[in-house]
Design a protein. Structure first.
Length: 440
């Protein structure tokens, strides 16, 4: 069978407003970066401790990421705006903000939404690839396979092979990223329905926003629109988390080799699938359900406290508490907690989430077992999905991936726009480390 590649030639409406906004900002941004590097290039901004070399480069300042930052005492801040001030926004608005530093005006938002809708047709061979995979394939393997399969559509690769000027590489990267972003909701929804035998594919509705359409295609019963609202919130909260986390860093490293967005995002999604990264929310939910099984469907505060204390006394962990970066309650957890209180206050699983939040930080502080005793975003999100009937844990990381594609895309587009260098840090040997220690 021969497939005809759709490289945007037949798309009737392609957004100009967002590309024009980015293009207008680039001269000043490039000049600023060039000036900083030229005039201050020799300034030392940090030192590397041996514990950082052995600790996965934790905390080493070695990347530029202007889309977002995560402060010890602030949590996620997107382009200078704390995430809790963005919870009523649509994911499309966040994407515009990530790229430009500004929230879109109404006409700019509608222009972007129309562009995404017109790019949303998934190449037919993607369904063939997914249908050919064994039914017991992991949803993340299916998701990354689908993204990788679409690489034949890459405008970036074709433009590079035709000799495009390096200053213009951001434009085909932009095209690839928007094509991926437009298509992944339908792909992810199809994976959910096929993998978990939910029925036939639900066609997209071009009258809905990006996340609302995704919610509809998943097929979750949503009488009052609350699940669609949860999807919008989820996709906003997980959209970006600076550049050093496993998936974002993987994406940047791969794309720095001038690999196209399909290759880079596939690698990033495979990193996201790891137990120490994107699997955390399902592990948190499993912990709560196990507690419920052990001590009752609706335990008292004292029962929850005793249960958690027993785990800690035995050297175990209360899953979802403690964060690699933050020293406060993750603001994204607070956003999910507020959603739960407003939409499902009587849900027994969510009640346990709330009880743990009131009890566990105090226990951890008493025992001195965590630099950060507060919950991260994953401590609450799984319980909300579970309430609305999405009880298939394996799929939760795919939701994370759909959301984080917003961040991957914005970071890659800006990296190409700024002409970012190949990422290639220097490694050292253990023998070199021992010699350095001997010098001191």
């Amino acid at each position: 069978m021969v497939y005809i590649s759709n490289l945007n030639q037949n798309i009737p409406h392609m957004s100009k407003l967002l590309k024009e906004k980015i293009s207008s900002q680039l001269p000043a941004l490039r000049e600023e970066a060039k000036s900083i590097a030229k005039n201050h290039g020799s300034k030392v901004i940090g030192q590397v401790a041996i514990e950082q070399l052995y600790g996965g480069m934790r905390g080493i300042k070695g990347l530029i990421c202007d889309t977002s930052e995560v402060g010890l005492q602030t949590g996620l801040v997107i382009r200078g705006i704390p995430i809790l001030e963005l919870t009523e926004k649509l994911p499309e608005e966040i994407f515009y903000l990530l790229l430009t530093g500004e929230l879109p005006k109404e006409n700019e938002l509608k222009d972007l939404q129309k562009d995404l809708q017109n790019r949303s047709e998934v190449p037919s061979y993607v369904w063939d690839v997914l249908n050919a995979l064994p039914e017991d394939s992991h949803p993340m393997a299916m998701f990354s396979s689908a993204v990788n399969a679409m690489e034949r559509e890459s405008i970036f690769r074709k433009s590079y092979n035709e000799g495009i000027n390096k200053d213009d590489l951001w434009e085909p990267m932009y095209e690839d990223c928007l094509n991926i972003m437009a298509r992944v909701p339908q792909i992810a929804a199809f994976i959910y329905r096929r993998k978990f035998k939910k029925g036939d594919m639900i066609p997209p509705d071009k009258n809905l926003d990006w996340a609302g359409n995704f919610a509809k295609m998943l097929g979750i019963e949503d009488k009052d629109g609350a699940f669609a609202k949860l999807m919008r919130l989820y996709l906003v909260l997980h959209s970006d988390h600076e550049g050093g986390n496993v998936s974002a860093f993987t994406c940047l490293v791969i794309s720095s080799a001038l690999s196209d967005a399909y290759y880079a995002m596939t690698g990033a999604l495979n990193g996201l699938a790891g137990p120490l990264h994107g699997l955390a929310n399902q592990n948190c939910l499993k912990f709560i359900l196990k507690m419920q099984e052990d001590i009752g469907e609706s335990p008292s505060d004292e029962e929850v406290k005793k249960y958690c204390k027993n785990i800690l006394d035995k050297g175990g962990l209360v899953i979802g508490y403690g964060h690699a970066v933050l020293r406060i309650t993750d603001p994204r957890f607070s956003a999910f907690l507020d959603f739960g209180k407003n939409h499902l206050p009587d849900d027994n699983v969510f009640k346990i989430v709330s009880q743990i939040f009131e009890i566990v930080p105090g226990l951890l502080m008493e025992q001195g077992k965590a630099k950060d005793p507060w919950p991260n975003v994953d401590a609450a999100s799984g319980s909300l999905l579970y309430h609305y009937g999405m009880k298939e844990y394996e799929f939760y990381t795919v939701l994370f991936g759909v959301s984080r594609i917003l961040g991957f895309s914005s970071q890659m587009i800006l990296a190409r726009a700024m002409g970012s260098a190949l990422i290639r840090p220097k490694s050292v040997t253990t023998e070199w480390i021992k010699k350095e220690i001997a010098k001191s």
